[in-house]
Design a protein around this ligand. Structure first.
Ligand SMILES: *Cc1c(COP(=O)(O)O)cnc(C)c1O
Length: 465
């Protein structure tokens, strides 16, 4: 018997599913429905009839469409104007098309011959990113699955730079990474995975808002060296996930250059500001870093995941991931076999989401989105200045702002839970200087100034309930 194949029904099913999803987003973007379901996992499993589908199968097309609708209703709606929680992109059409294209072609750019189109696209997107960083002439990079793996990859390169034998022989036990406590958890994770231990991340002193204090860099380095430790890298935030604030990049770059220290700039969230002539000053000094990561699935509106891990010098990769897989990799293909420089083996090509966004929406539209969202956070800060019941500890530098509803003092987390129950807004939270804050990460293109005014009113409303 002939097996049913994709071509038999993908046209009919795909069209119906896309129409259903488009209708869902059209509703969500007006602010209808809850931003995210607060039902517990068993209730969600029941609503989705998961047991039935696992045990019996037999889903018809109308049932499939109804599943798609229920699934979307329960999911966090990144297009909802009240979505302000984590930094996850409200995906856009070109990225969706890229995901479809990958789902159907399923090419894996491990080596060039397996995925010629995908490998060419990933390389072109890496070069686009490198040009924006200022490394177009000298640099190289790869697309990888997220900033977490990107940070690990960059720190592995830093370690190879400091100690070329570590990949083969394991760590010498004196290696440390210098990073502020506000650096992303993935930096500590990377250190632990690399065998340095979480305690192999030595904290860099910061100001009260968690930004690296440049005056403390030299004394800290002296202290670390006096303790017999060898720093392999200094990590700076561009910007920090919690506060959305940028570390003083140029000062860190000067310091690292003077001491021949590897400078890794974690630009997972904030590197997209490079697209804006008005905002790129926040990253001044990035061109003197040794490595950076840039997430397309944050401010470039790509679906997860889509990260560039970028290096200032091509030769940095000479000692990175020196695996001996002669059945796959040939030295003469070094330029075109991107799989040699990523942690993953098989992985989806990731650059297509950005390539199609550049092609179909244009870089100007991407820049306008970043600027708009950054401006919205500035507006939220202005609104907070006008209200005695709210405070914010700093003026935002990105689309992220921490703030408090003062009458609830240290009960901001409880307030956040009430807000999620209410369903109109979804915020995250952050501990800053030992105190809890509400945290808005303004990702939705459908959030506007009126939404922000309403947010503050709704917080008061749920607080008084
Ligand atoms: C989001 C983020 C990461 C982690 O990236 P993933 O893509 O979620 O793995 C790392 N660093 C910073 C600064 C981030 O904002």
């Amino acid at each position: 018997m002939r097996q049913v194949d994709l071509v038999d029904d993908v046209g009919e099913v795909g069209t119906a599913v896309l129409e259903t999803l488009a209708a869902h987003i059209a509703t969500v973007r007006t602010g209808a429905g809850e931003v995210v379901s607060s039902a517990d996992i068993d209730a969600v499993a029941k609503r989705l009839e998961l047991r039935r589908w696992v045990e019996e199968g037999g889903m018809t097309l109308p049932e499939l469409l109804s599943f798609v609708t229920t699934y979307s209703d329960i999911s966090a709606s990144h297009h909802h104007p009240g979505y302000m929680a984590h930094q996850i992109a409200p995906s856009d059409t070109p990225g969706v098309v890229a995901d479809l294209l990958q789902a159907v072609t399923n090419n894996i750019p491990l080596v060039y011959e397996l995925a010629p189109a995908a490998a060419a696209v990933d390389r072109a997107v890496c070069h686009w990113m490198l040009d924006h960083v200022g490394w177009g002439e000298t640099g190289t990079g790869a697309m990888t699955n997220g900033g977490t793996l990107g940070n690990l990859t960059a720190l592995l390169a830093a370690r190879s730079h400091a100690d070329a034998t570590a990949w083969r022989d394991g760590n010498a036990h004196d290696l440390v990474v210098l990073a502020p406590a506000t650096s992303h958890y993935s930096v500590r994770k990377a250190a632990a995975v690399m065998g340095l231990g979480e305690r192999g991340v030595h904290p860099l002193p910061t100001d009260a808002l968690g930004r690296i204090d440049p005056a403390e860099l030299a004394p800290t380095l002296a202290e670390v060296r006096a303790a017999g430790k060898r720093p392999i890298a200094v990590v700076a935030n561009g910007c920090a996930t919690g506060t959305g604030l940028y570390d003083p990049m140029a000062e860190v770059a000067d310091f690292c250059a003077a001491d021949d220290l590897w400078f890794h700039l974690d630009g997972a969230h904030g590197a997209s500001a490079l697209l804006s002539p008005r905002l790129r000053g926040l990253l001044a000094g990035i061109e003197r870093a040794d490595s950076t990561v840039w997430d397309g699935h944050k401010m470039l509106r790509a679906s997860a995941l889509c990260t560039g891990v970028l290096f200032r010098e091509r030769h940095y990769l000479d000692t990175l991931f020196k695996q001996d897989a002669s059945y796959l990799y040939r030295p003469e293909n070094e330029d075109v076999d991107p799989g040699q420089f990523t942690f993953e083996t098989s992985k989806a090509p990731l650059g297509l989401k950005i390539l199609l966004t550049l092609a179909y929406r244009g870089e100007a539209a991407m820049r306008a989105y970043v600027e708009r969202q950054y401006d919205l956070a500035a507006h939220l800060w202005e609104l907070i200045q006008e209200r005695p019941d709210f405070t914010a500890p700093y003026a935002p530098q990105s689309n992220i702002l921490c703030f408090r509803y003062e009458p609830w003092a240290d009960r901001q987390l409880e307030l956040r839970s009430r807000l999620i129950q209410d369903g109109r807004f979804f915020l995250s939270s952050f501990q800053l200087g030992g105190s809890p804050y509400l945290r808005a990460s303004l990702m939705s293109p459908n959030t506007d100034r009126d939404t922000l005014r309403e947010l503050l009113d709704v917080i008061v409303e749920v607080a008084e309930m």
